[in-house]
Write a protein that binds this ligand. Structure first.
Ligand code: HEM
Length: 430
């Protein structure tokens, strides 16, 4: 068995907080390896990157997500009893429910249509600059609540809901007061969704045919043949609402990429819709969102000559894998010509996990994400929207990452200046 290289420092928690997205890759490069041991919050952890490590996380059943995240992160993101915490047949059955709801042409088109309509309503008559992430978060929250099928009657304040959903994502990176507040927000959204499920089951509201609300609240049966409890149904509805609202972060990155690469803005103004997928997928590769995912080993295994013991905590570097020059030549260069797509279900292009979503823990929301981002490109390019500032930095130390200063958009025709056109198209993700 080969020994797994170790970091020289006893605990790397402070370094992780300082370096953020580049933490794992930086140490892999220093140690000349794709796997190393360290401690985080005093717990022993093995950090990994690359295609083989992604296979370990997304196929084969040698790892579980149970016990793999600090509890405040788990509760802010997926939560216990959610699909992500299941394994084997229980996972496959529950995951089939998500695939049915999120991965059909019809459901994705319905979501994109609602997104477009809410965007146009939101910006109708808008003359002043506005914060793009805030606006996109509200638009997506409204679109997602409609698409899930939650009746307007039970939605008293979409603005407050949008704010609470954003808090869950914004605060998942660091423990402390912001995370506690976000947990309170989460509890109140879950209580509200539980009331929606109860109202549906008691017959006081109806869910549209084929809606996510109907599938999750009424028709789905888990592997044990039973419907979801009220609580678990609420958790899984939130597993649609929260990540759809979080697409607002990718929307900001799409705007950043358009502002930095005005030649693409011009191409999309002239049509070229066939190149949009390559563009938005390159945004998902280059820009930082989920830094890594965690897992625990379910039995002792010999993995590529290394012994991984049962119960061992692992982290897979999503960001480092999508920036590995062996997998993506000149990884810091924005290059829509790479023609990446979630459709390949491979183990290299993994901003939202790798492999097949039906059988592993890969995100079932990539089809929706990609369609929403293509719609965003159309909305930002036709007619052209000015994105300010065009040269915002995106520091990699903060998780989740955002442009500094935040991007704003104006409903004026974009004036593309000559200097900008002369910029090298290096994506500017840093
Ligand atoms: C906003 C952009 C998104 C990002 C960055 C993202 C990221 C991810 C990642 C990295 C995973 C894998 C977690 C793991 O391996 O343990 C995941 C899983 C998941 N995502 Fe997403 N996601 C996004 C959007 C969505 C959307 C739009 C939906 C639903 C409509 C969604 C629903 C889920 C669910 C239910 C899982 C758990 C899957 C499982 O455990 O089998 N996500 N997501």
């Amino acid at each position: 068995m080969n020994a797994i290289p170790r970091t020289s420092s006893l605990d790397s928690t402070l370094a992780l907080h300082r370096e953020g997205y580049s933490f794992i890759s930086k140490r892999c490069d220093e140690l000349g390896t794709d796997i190393f041991r360290t401690r985080l919050m005093l717990h022993p952890v093995i950090c990994m990157r690359g295609e083989d490590a992604t296979r370990l996380f997304y196929e084969g059943g040698d790892v579980t997500r149970v016990g793999a995240m600090p509890s405040f992160v788990l509760r802010l993101l997926q939560d216990k009893d959610s699909v992500q915490q299941l394994d084997g047949e229980a996972h496959r059955r529950r995951k089939a429910m998500f695939v049915e709801v999120t991965m059909t042409e019809t459901s994705v088109a319905a979501m994109a249509k609602r997104f477009r309509q809410h965007w146009l309503d939101h910006f109708k008559g808008q003359e002043e600059d506005c914060d793009l992430r805030e606006a996109a978060n509200l638009i997506l929250t409204r679109a997602a609540a409609d698409w899930i099928g939650i009746p307007p009657l039970l939605r008293d304040d979409d603005g407050k809901l949008a704010h609470r959903l954003a808090r869950m994502i914004d605060s998942a990176g660091v423990p402390g007061p912001a995370a506690w507040l976000a947990l309170l927000s989460r509890r109140s959204v879950e209580r509200w969704l539980r009331e929606v499920v109860v109202a549906l089951r008691e017959g006081s509201i109806e869910a549209g045919e084929g809606s996510a609300l109907k599938t999750i609240g009424l028709t789905h049966r888990d592997a044990d043949g039973r419907p979801l409890s009220h609580e678990t149904a609420a958790v899984e509805l939130l597993n649609l609402l929260r990540p759809i609202a979080a697409i607002s972060r990718w929307i900001v990155f799409v705007a950043h990429a358009l502002a930095r690469n005005p030649q693409w803005q011009e191409r999309f103004q002239r049509g070229h819709d066939d190149e949009m997928e390559g563009f938005v997928e390159e945004v998902r590769r280059l820009y930082p969102f989920f830094p890594f995912v965690g897992a625990r080993v379910t039995r002792d295994i010999d993995w590529r000559g290394h012994m991984l013991r049962q119960g061992q905590w692992l982290l897979l570097d999503l960001y480092g894998t999508t920036h590995d020059p062996r997998l993506f030549p000149a990884p810091e260069k924005f290059s829509a010509e790479r023609k990446l797509t979630w459709r390949d279900a491979d183990f290299r292009f993994i901003p939202q996990g790798g492999g097949r979503p039906e059988t592993g823990h890969r995100c079932p929301g990539e089809m929706i994400t990609s369609e929403i981002l293509k719609e965003t490109v159309k909305l930002l390019c036709r007619p052209p929207v000015e994105i300010i500032p065009w040269d915002a930095a995106i520091p990699l130390g903060a998780i989740p990452a955002s442009p500094v200063p935040p991007l704003r958009i104006a409903r004026r025709a974009a004036a593309v200046d000559g200097d900008r056109r002369a910029m090298p198209t290096n994506g500017g993700a840093k």
